[in-house]
Write a protein that binds this ligand. Structure first.
Ligand SMILES: [Zn+2]
Length: 333
């Protein structure tokens, strides 16, 4: 099965987060048929990571995720591109990594492992589970694949998810002096958040804030007793710096509830590759036991998660070449 057939095959098996088992089982069988030792590592009921290796203690690993965002979009292709869900995020990457690993094996290099996780798009639960795997200890370099336009990402921003909650007092809307509007308090806080210049970082770039969801109130004729906003902040500094700044903005007008956080990460730079800092988060912050992280993959993050997601066939081939070169450079062969 060649690179493009493998990409198409993986894409044709739906694997929206939570529903990765079928693609995992197919990958297990495929890799076993090629001669790999393959484990299904249970993450939760009907969710398992794939861990495959050629020798007992590989130092070099290639990794990405098997899940996709919804909805499933079946693959189509023309001469230049493969379209559909997972083409660049991240089934084309799985295909490029397996193709690279097989080329390396053909040259007698067997110090290679493959890790394919579940749940990257929602919680990185697969990566958290993989972090406890005994083979992590022996890993020296892990190249994570996400769409970086085939450039080596030397840094990725962190992500900080939180809610700001306000409370007031319900009253008849004709007698506002009897109540206290939680929505107006929330709007005031959010206006201040929007005006705030959060600290940025020379290496990672600008800290950005998305107010993604606002909820509150009960009816048109009731002064709203509760309201909340969900924010996702792309971190370029440690979370504590931003959290302190945010608490200074919110003060006692509302409450901050932290939902999750991954800190910004610096990754290994290798000579001879174009480099960049990416704004998105990956499984890497949760794979801390797996050696030095690197991040590179074909395709653009700007088309990932969209209905017209695609990858250039040429970029898949270039990615194979990059993975082979990185393996040889890092393993010093
Ligand atoms: Zn991805």
């Amino acid at each position: 099965m060649d690179l493009f057939e493998l990409t198409n095959k993986l894409m044709s098996i739906p694997s929206v987060s939570g529903d990765e088992e079928a693609v995992g089982v197919w990958l297990r069988d495929h890799l076993r048929s090629l001669g790999w030792t393959v484990e299904l590592q249970p993450v939760s009921e009907n969710q398992s990571n794939i861990i495959a290796y050629l020798n007992d203690t590989p130092r070099f690993w290639l990794s990405t995720h098997m899940d996709t965002v919804p909805p499933f979009i079946a693959p189509t292709e023309d001469d230049e591109r493969i379209y559909g869900r997972g083409s660049c995020d991240a089934k084309g990457i799985i295909a490029a990594q397996i193709t690279a690993a097989e080329l390396l094996r053909g040259e007698g290099i067997t110090d290679i492992g493959l890790l394919y996780t579940v749940e990257e798009e929602r919680s990185s639960e697969g990566a958290r589970t993989a972090n406890d795997h005994p083979l992590a200890d022996k890993c020296e370099y892990m190249i994570n694949g996400e769409p970086t336009d085939n450039r080596l990402a030397i840094g990725s921003k962190g992500s900080f998810r939180l809610k700001i909650k306000t409370t007031g007092k319900a009253a008849h809307s004709a007698y506002p002096e009897e109540g206290d509007s939680a929505i107006e308090k929330l709007l005031d806080i959010l206006e201040d958040v929007r005006r705030t210049r959060f600290p940025s970082d020379e290496f990672f770039g600008e800290t950005t804030v998305n107010i993604g969801v606002i909820e509150g109130g009960v009816a048109l004729n009731v002064i709203p007793p509760t309201a909340e906003a969900s924010l996702l902040i792309r971190l370029t500094t440690p979370r504590s710096v931003i959290e302190d700044a945010l608490r200074n903005v919110v003060r006692n007008r509302g409450e901050i509830e932290v939902l999750s956080c991954s800190e910004p990460v610096r990754m290994l730079a290798v000579d001879g590759f174009d480099q960049k800092v990416v704004r998105f988060t990956t499984d890497i912050p949760y794979l801390t036991n797996w050696g030095q992280p690197l991040l590179l993959g074909p395709g653009s993050i700007l088309v990932a998660h969209k209905k017209d997601e695609f990858v250039l066939k040429k970029d898949l081939e270039i990615a194979v070449d990059h993975y082979v070169r990185l393996a040889k450079d890092l393993l010093n062969t």
